[in-house]
Design a protein around this ligand. Structure first.
Ligand SMILES: Cc1ncc(COP(=O)(O)O)c(C=O)c1O
Length: 518
């Protein structure tokens, strides 16, 4: 799993070309960089700057993860947020992968692509009421719940759906545990430390699971954890695994029926040649745990499946020399924001192979965006570059296109997929016309009556419930079951404070008797 670029070697009989993890995706052949069999120079001449993906590499990455976790029943759910291109989703779907989504919109995109709902896991730390309804109705394999408040809101959504006759099955839910494990990643990518907004400490997960009767429309079948992204050291993941086993054992001893352990994603890739995550070491440990605990696993790799399958290709416009030297390219922070956002390293190589003896010059590789933070690399030793030279920024498949923006009126670049049969444009580039397509000058009537087809949640009739706001469009149900959600979280708060002080009529429904802890 490396984003390195290599020179083509003589075919190695011991290593078949395909299905071999680590085989280079972007190789110099006849001194020109190729993606599989396609020359990036030829491709650029035809389509201009673009994100170029290798189908072979995508397939190999997915096979590697599947194989690593094959010793236990595992749903490998591709984290769609890394790259939502529907053609890539289809490729993974055809390989039998599941999907992890983190918003209502990602859920819609994934299901629209034909993914079976039982292959989808839904995450997110906060959802709008409409998203809660969508999630509860989706029949997803597992819905991660980030807090007691979200649990109460999801329960209310499911109860409301049931009243509508739309809840086909109880929602399969998993609380997200925050194990307070430092994944040793960029601070903005750490999600499993106590200070992070994600998840609940183990004790609160256990306290919640002791009262499944509070949420009769949810079945608490699992726990979820995800401690960060671009994790290179397996140890924090192994520590997290240990924490999860502890939570599961304690929850089970109190009667919880935990059958799924969702370990999240975060598997780190080798952007800078220093090595990626020892995936197999971690996967072996996870499978062992799953077997011994009688658990089904879910893993949610995003970056690991798509990052090294893509290079962003563009032209050097000129080189500006001074106190610092700048290679000014047509690619900007709006096309790949990771260097500016996280100081992330991406290899940048000329499409025409440089001569080994060419002097390397330290320079910043920058773009045309009006920001000093607009760079792809800082202080990078680069071979000599001339105006018109093409460069490939590797490792651009994850959090590349999905984080691209239209800043400076720049259209997002096209995406191209290279496979055995040739090249396909899998998303067209935007022109300035696309950027004004959604502009309008429509008056908004703030006092408009809600459209008659809007359904109102029964809870809206409760005197303590604020009236649901009118919404244009009518297709989305207005859903504000605050009273119900409030009642549940009040019950929860009393539990935490100690229910013995609560008056009889305030007490939440008593939990059914459970066998004493063993
Ligand atoms: C809950 C969850 N699962 C999976 C992922 C995918 O992470 P990665 O692309 O690092 O594998 C993320 C990303 O932040 C996430 O938040």
């Amino acid at each position: 799993m490396s984003t390195r670029v290599e020179r083509e070697r003589a075919p190695d009989k011991a290593r078949p070309e395909e299905g071999v993890p680590g085989a280079p995706t972007f190789v110099y052949r006849d001194h020109l960089l190729h993606c599989e069999e396609t020359s990036l120079e030829d491709l650029y001449r035809t389509i201009g700057p673009a994100y170029v993906y290798s189908a072979r590499r995508l397939t190999e990455n997915a096979s590697r993860v599947r194989h690593a976790f094959s010793r236990a029943e595992t749903l490998v759910a591709y984290a769609v947020k890394a790259n939502t291109n529907p053609i890539l989703l289809r490729l993974f779907y055809e390989m039998g992968l599941g999907f992890e989504v983190s918003s209502g919109s990602e859920l819609s995109i994934t299901l629209a692509g034909g993914a079976p709902r039982e292959s989808v896991v839904v995450n997110g730390n906060a959802r709008t009421d409409d998203e809660l309804v969508q999630v509860a109705e989706s029949g997803a394999y597992l819905v991660s719940v980030d807090s007691e408040e979200e649990a109460a809101r999801l329960e209310a959504a499911a109860a409301w759906l049931e009243k509508q006759g739309r809840l086909t099955t109880p929602v399969r839910a998993a609380l997200r545990v925050n194990p307070d494990v430092d994944a040793k990643v960029h601070p903005d990518l750490a999600t499993g430390i106590a200070e992070s907004k994600f998840g609940l400490p183990p004790d609160r997960v256990l306290a919640w699971y002791a009262h499944p009767d509070w949420t009769p429309h949810l079945r608490w079948v699992g726990i979820h954890v995800h401690v960060g992204s671009q994790i290179l050291d397996a140890q924090p993941l192994l520590d997290t695994l240990g924490e999860c086993v502890d939570v599961i054992e304690r929850a089970r001893s109190r009667g919880a029926k935990i059958e799924v352990l969702n370990l999240g994603g975060g598997f780190g890739v080798d952007y800078d040649g220093k090595g990626g995550l020892a995936l197999e070491r971690y996967a072996d440990a996870a499978c062992l745990v799953a077997k011994s605990q009688g658990l089904k696993l879910v893993v949610e790799p995003g970056r690991y499946l798509v990052a090294d399958a893509c290079a962003l290709v563009g032209q050097v416009l000129f080189v500006k020399r001074g106190t610092r030297s700048f290679a000014v390219t047509e690619l900007g922070m709006n096309d790949l924001i990771r260097p500016s956002l996280y100081d992330a390293h991406h290899a940048i190589v000329p499409v025409r192979e440089p001569k080994p003896r060419d002097e390397r010059i330290e320079m910043d590789v920058v773009g045309p965006v009006c920001e000093s933070g607009d760079y792809l690399a800082k202080g990078r030793k680069m071979p000599p570059l001339e105006p018109g030279d093409l460069v490939a920024v590797t490792g651009a498949g994850a959090y590349g296109y999905v984080m691209a923006s239209n800043y400076n009126g720049r259209g997002r670049l096209p995406e191209a997929l290279v496979d055995r049969k040739g090249v396909r444009i899998i998303r067209r580039g935007e022109t300035w016309k696309d950027l004004i397509r959604l502009a309008s000058d429509l008056p908004v009537r703030l006092d408009a009556e809600p459209a008659p087809e809007i359904e109102r949640a029964p809870a809206a009739a409760h005197p303590s419930t604020p009236a649901a706001p009118a919404r244009a469009g009518g297709a989305i149900p207005v859903f504000r079951p605050r009273a119900m959600a409030q009642a549940i979280s009040d019950g929860l708060r009393r539990r935490r404070l100690g229910s013995s002080h609560a008056s009889e009529e305030q007490k939440p429904t008593p939990a059914p008797k459970r066998p004493k802890n063993k």
